[in-house]
Design a protein around this ligand. Sequence first.
Ligand SMILES: [Zn+2]
Length: 378
Amino acid sequence: MSELQVLFAVVVVLYLLQCVAWVPQESAAFRATFFSGWIQAGEGFLLAVQHIRGVPGNPLPPLNGVALCQSALVAISPAGFTRVFAGPQAFFPFAGMKKISAGGKSVETGGEDIRSLEELFDTPTEGEARRLAAWLEKLRTMPEKKRAHAIEKWLGASLDFSQASARYVEFEHATKFLGWACTALFAYLFLFLPLILDAIGLARVWMVLAAALVLLMAFIEWQFVRAHKRLHPGDGDARWTALFTMLLYPVAGIRAKDVVLRDLFAEFHPLAVARVLCEPEEFGRVAARTLREFTFPIPANAAAADEPGVQCESWFRERQSTALRRFLKEAELNPEELLAPPPRSSSQSVSYCPRCCQQYALSPGECRDCGGIPLLPL
Ligand SMILES: [Zn+2]
């Protein structure tokens, strides 16, 4: 293997690593596949210690990356809110609470003095903390009787298909030239450059090759800043970090569109995003999975059953259920059909878990993977 071939192999490996999006472990994400369009990403490569997972984007043109959706971090009621992850946790009442703000990845409350700040809970990203803190602060300063309507409106907006659709159209419009330039850089680095180097050699044309690369990179960076500013005006830190990475490391330029896409749907429920991005079959699968997880939640800790957090969670769940069913009706999907028992996978299966659809040879029984949900007969 010549030195140039080794270098080329290194660039390919670096590029493939660049295609992986490291996302918060508990977030819902969609990724583009080469053959079957957009799908909801599974667990990916889990880095449990860091609470993140790697989701691979499509490495080949049209070079689509990974899109994150709104995470189900809190349950909110007119009285307060609770962090939701594997069952309700501490409840934070709005009454008597001071200003809510974001500090890094945390949602905090307290006065102007930094020493009086109290951390309420952590979120996976700084953007998430900012969005959530702003929304909770808006609710806190609102009269309590107006909060129920505001929360229902917020739930409806996160499932608004036409808004999510319009956001994607805006993304496609804003990244049209950026997408072409990224594909051109891909072709330049992985097709054109190896062929030229093989046929003519580096010594005779290196200045022309370097000039072409600089021009292409400059165009990508210009288009990236424009598109990112338009779609994420408040996220300057992420924009400059990505731009700096591209300046140091041209391979990152091929994936510039990924950075714009990543938080595009941060304010939308995964179902609304699935309806925008996925083919009808995959959308149906996402809808069935979401409805199952929603209708058969992992049972809360019995010791915490009468805590205000559980009441808040159940109030919120009821409103979510209404919004979810309204969305499914609009999308012409029947909830009863989505919740139907799965086809029997073996002659020994006699029951199934209504949440994860795992089939069992015992009845009655419970699904250990889903916190002890009772099995249903097949
Ligand atoms: Zn299960």
